[in-house]
Design a protein around this ligand. Sequence first.
Ligand code: URA
Length: 431
Amino acid sequence: MTPLEVIARKRDGEEHSAQELRFLLSGYLDGSIPDYQMAAWLMAVCTRGMTRAETLELTRAMVDSGEVLDLSELPGIKVDKHSTGGVGDKVTLIAGPLAAACGVVVPKLSGRALAHTGGTLDKLESVPGLTVDLDPDRFRRQVAELGLAVAAQSPRMVPADKALYGLRDVTATVPSVPLIASSVMSKKIAAGADAIVLDVKFGRGAFMPDPDMAVFLAREMVEIGEGAGRRTVALVTAMDNPLGRAVGNALEVREALAALSGEGDEELVEVSVRVAAEMCRLAGVERDPRTAIADGSARRKFEAMLKAQGGRLDEGLPEAQAQVPLPATASGHVAAIDALEVGRAALALGAGRMRKEDRIDPGAGIVIEAPVGGSVQAGDPLATVHARNPELVVDVAPRLAAAWRLVDEPVRRPPHVYARVDAQRVTMASE
Ligand code: URA
């Protein structure tokens, strides 16, 4: 078997055997298969797809590339959470502490920024001193002591996802059901939780523009999770507009801290509470997560996690040199904000990576001043753009301003949760 033969088989729409998939992953990890061949294969998967059996085998091969944590000695039902990625999606930073403050044990492996979407690891790393590189022993210890840890894939935990993830990010090979499902579920299975809550996004800013495709992806992932013995529930949620007000790493940590203090954007808090409530339900914890905002325990839990991972929040979060308002050129009610364009603008400002070796600018991003449902007069700020220098702001301003769709009539924000998927059924929110 050679890499060229295996790539050609997927290019021609054939089904891989488990051996072929393991051959590719181990060759990529040991360096005998270079980036350009793996990128060609990823693109072939994007265009040709995979059968359910292949997706399952790919997930298993990715899990087997590292260790599977055994957390069975920790009391209680451990619950992990994962989003398929969005713009302004800092739900993990809120729902994780909320669930943990309610008594759920949360071991979580997260990802970095992918294409135009943000990554929890990059957001956390904007806190001075914080590390997401926890080896399995440190990860297990923190979960035992604090009930909450968020870490990266590593040479010991799903190294195949770490390698593929970085390559997919810069080769336009993210939007693929089998690649997303195997990437997400391999991390969830390896991190050792008993149950998993998935937030599967659809819309302009998501990797699945169409809600039915997102339901399909959700069902694939629920099936993989349940097949691996993990109770799995997915919420299918809208990502047409950015979630909350902030897009960009340090800006999103700041917004998460505010939300945990009871000062959050309504939609952001609603979806975070909904995710945390699903986590509580799976863990058999009967507590309304909102009470953990009200009594301050969720914010304390988040701060304790940042500290346990070396974070020094007291030193302050990085701030951009240039903070420039983006004025509205007309008056009206905000009907929509194109999340894809906002995500692309954040990427261009340095909040994500164009190339593997790029360094993130932790202070860069966008703060939405005129959210969906709000209204503006010409000249009012639509957003504040945070950048290393004013030239970067000038570059992104025209496309970013065009992301706002203004209408004459008042607007109500559209419903956020579209469906819930578990092992038994798909329940539409409209039912
Ligand atoms: N999150 C992941 O972990 N992987 C993907 O492919 C997409 C979102």
